[in-house]
Design a protein around this ligand. Structure first.
Ligand code: NAG
Ligand code: NAG
Ligand code: NAG
Ligand code: NAG
Ligand code: NAG
Length: 391
């Protein structure tokens, strides 16, 4: 493939069907401060709610939109660390001065310069199960070796203390081209900095406005919704697996150019992964969708799981994919992927053949940036639902 894209934003441990494993990081006990009965005056003081905050996002663009990343800061005094805000994983990890030469192309966090840094001294690893959407994952080619730690983390100016995090001490070569230093997991259960901010009174939701490169102005709003980014209303749907860390919705139907088939009418739970650009469906579903677009879309043998078609044919092909869902009032709605998403660019080994947006991956149904950039999306942890408004 043309891009040796990195980043695998679906954390393997989040998907039990997948091979990869992660040795768990001991999560710090999550304590809720009780107000003292002995201090009635304090008890009458209402905790002031935190206001929402916005983090501008940059687009990692290599001929196609891959991932959106922004700055957080870590430590005392704060050091800037750029991260992908990844709804497909759960933890925070970034390149550090503890990393061997495998992190040399990233900006590294220097823990020796932070007075609030605590080394937890345990090591673990994460193996990701999706790549950026153009390159399928092969074996453990997206693997991070980590050292557990704790420090102050600031996101959008909001400060969370004693946040569990991980320093990357080694990474596989696929991560080398990333223009950012790490990954901030944003799962459907509040963890890390987000759990701390919610304890401090921040509303338990965040919103993503990820835009095509040519549009720009992408942003993450934590604790709120930026109503000025869309017209119309948000449509909310309940999570398929409330209480789990996975952002997924049940889809009863997929249609392509207004047509469907028995395979595409099977109900499935689709994961929403802001850290992945393209789409993964089972081989059967992938081929059923491509059959409705063009019989000329063929599996690309050089890279198992990928499909392609002559680049010259792409502009002539209607490829509107309607993924059906049911909103919280029982009403059907579609998230629609326009024809412009069909090609993710030419294959390196066959430059006149363009890779198409869906990779076959049995055991997982997952969508990412190619859907999300056509909607303003709200990720509502408190109500275990997701909201979408067309942009
Ligand atoms: C919401 O979007 C508007 C318009 O783009 C922008 O000016 C504003 O700063 C954003 N507000 C927040 C809270 O991010
Ligand atoms: C992150 O901060 C650096 C300065 O430390 C700045 O150059 C860069 O533009 C920021 N990135 C984003 C996405 O805001
Ligand atoms: C960190 O990033 C922010 C905003 O992106 C910038 O204002 C600040 O100067 C940066 N700090 C350092 C130490 O680079
Ligand atoms: C909302 O609609 C108005 C009027 O058509 C338009 O000018 C504006 O750009 C739209 N805003 C967004 C965020 O789509
Ligand atoms: C969803 O898409 C299908 C197939 O194109 C269409 O028949 C249906 O009317 C759409 N549903 C809504 C609510 O727009």
């Amino acid at each position: 493939m043309m891009y040796s894209l990195s980043i695998a934003l679906f954390l393997a441990s989040g998907c039990r069907a997948l091979v990869s494993t992660r040795e768990p990081v001991a999560a710090p006990p999550h304590t809720i401060q009780l107000q003292s009965r002995l201090a009635p005056k304090e008890a009458t003081l209402r905790r002031r709610a935190l206001n929402p905050a916005t983090v501008p996002l940059a687009d990692f663009f290599l001929g196609t939109d891959l991932q959106w990343f922004g700055n957080i800061s870590v430590g005392t005094p704060p050091q800037n660390v750029s991260v992908v805000f990844d709804t497909g994983s759960e933890t925070l990890e970034f390149a550090s001065t503890m990393c061997d030469s495998s992190c040399d192309s990233q900006v590294k966090f220097d823990h020796t310069k932070s007075s609030t840094f605590v080394d937890k001294k345990t090591t673990n690893s994460i193996t990701f199960a999706t790549g950026v959407g153009v390159d399928p994952v092969v074996g453990a080619n997206y693997r991070l070796t980590l050292r557990a730690a704790q420090d102050t983390v600031t996101v959008g100016g909001l400060v969370a203390k004693k946040v569990a995090l991980n320093l990357i001490t080694k990474q596989t070569a696929k991560f080398g081209i990333d223009p950012f230093s790490g990954i901030q997991g944003m799962s459907a259960q509040a963890q890390g900095f987000f759990a701390s901010l919610i304890d401090q009174g921040l509303p338990s939701l965040f919103s993503l406005f990820v835009t095509p490169n040519a549009v720009g102005g992408a942003e993450l709003t934590i604790g709120g919704i930026n109503e000025s980014k869309f017209n119309g209303t948000l449509t909310f749907a309940p999570l398929a697996d409330p209480g789990s860390t996975t952002w997924s919705l049940t889809s009863p139907r997929i249609a392509v150019n207004g047509k469907t088939t028995s395979v595409l009418r099977q109900s499935r739970d689709i994961i929403f992964d802001s850290g992945t650009s393209n789409i993964l469906f089972s081989t059967e579903t992938t081929e059923a969708i491509y059959a409705l677009i063009s019989p000329k879309i063929k599996a690309h043998a050089a890279e198992p799981g990928t499909y392609g078609i002559a680049c010259s044919l792409i502009p002539t092909l209607p490829a509107v994919i309607d993924i059906g869902f049911t909103d919280e009032n029982g009403k059907a709605f579609n998230l629609t992927i326009p024809s412009s998403e069909l090609s993710v660019g030419p294959f390196a080994d066959s430059p006149s053949t363009c890779q198409t947006l869906i990779n076959a991956f049995d055991g997982l149904d997952l969508v990412g940036g190619s859907v999300l950039k056509h909607y303003y999306s709200v990720w509502d942890i408190g109500s275990q639902r997701m909201g979408f408004a067309a942009v």
